[in-house]
Design a binder for this molecule. Structure first.
Ligand SMILES: C[S@@+](CC[C@H](N)C(=O)[O-])C[C@H]1O[C@@H](n2cnc3c(N)ncnc32)[C@H](O)[C@@H]1O
Length: 253
């Protein structure tokens, strides 16, 4: 990983599409033709987020480059680290709150939304968290190319983009092919926890996860909302629109 001094020059409120130090993504990754589950957007970063990124990215973050498998124990500095992967952490405030409440568990938080990395780093610093690491890029590539089979103790996907238009449904993250990949990275006994405020997506989550022979639903259908899951920004927006929030909770058999 490059040092802070070799990081590309970025300024607060500048576009931060390629602001992370780290090796460039592999050429194969650039050429890959794949339907993406995220919006192609550039972020605007506040001064505080930028400063946290400049101070702490090298210590806590990696760019998803599709090149090397991660040694999670070494990265978290723990023997047999129990790592939960959170996909799409957004601004990361819920991630930081959950990590602070579970110091024995490690959280690898991945998103493509760059200001969130600065914000989560700010929370890591202010809350003195040593159990959170960040990845910037596509979670599908992270799972496929950089995480070993049976290396994770959990998967969290809270309020993934619902892609409500029929022509965009193919962009939803929770699809059989994605679930097969994700499950292969989970240890037996690991949990898969998803939440959404978009009812048709909740039904899809239940159907797709139930369709995996390697997952068992821990509830008859939807799970009760756990009180340890903080209300996220997107959840708050959904609740303000009168949406019903659904949690689904499965275990890798
Ligand atoms: C609707 S937001 C929810 C954010 C947060 N969980 C919350 O509830 O406030 C979905 C997030 O997932 C991220 N995302 C979507 N597909 C992704 C992928 N394949 N890899 C990494 N992040 C992804 C988006 O960038 C976005 O930040």
């Amino acid at each position: 990983m490059s040092s802070q001094t070799t990081a590309p020059a970025i300024t607060p409120d500048a576009d931060v599409d390629d602001a992370r130090p780290g090796s460039p993504v592999s050429p194969e990754l650039h050429r890959e033709r794949r339907i993406r589950s995220f919006h192609p957007r550039k972020g605007r970063m506040s001064t505080a987020q930028y400063d946290a990124l400049a101070r702490s990215w090298d210590g806590y973050g990696i760019r998803v480059d599709g090149r090397r498998q991660l040694d999670l124990d070494a990265w978290f500095g723990r023997a047999d680290a129990r790592v939960v992967l959170e996909i799409g952490f957004g601004m990361g405030d819920a991630t930081a709150t959950m990590a602070a409440a579970e110091p024995d568990r490690c959280v690898l938080a991945v998103d493509v939304h760059t200001p969130g990395h600065g914000n989560l780093l700010r929370r890591i610093e202010s809350d003195d968290l040593d159990n959170v690491r960040l990845a910037e890029g596509d979670a599908v590539v992270l799972l496929r190319d950089q995480l070993a089979p049976e290396s994770l103790d959990g998967l969290r996907i809270f309020f993934p983009d619902p892609w409500p238009k029929a022509r965009h449904h193919k962009r939803r993250l929770i699809q059989p092919e994605f679930v097969a990949l994700a499950v292969s990275r989970l240890r037996p006994g690991a949990t898969v926890h998803c939440a959404t405020d978009w009812e048709p997506y909740a039904e899809q989550m239940l159907e797709v996860l139930s369709g995996s022979a390697e997952l068992a639903n821990l509830h008859t259908d939807y799970a009760p909302r756990p009180d340890w899951r903080p209300v996220t920004k997107f959840e708050r927006q959904g609740l303000a629109k009168g949406h019903v929030v659904r949690d689904v909770l499965f275990r890798r058999v």
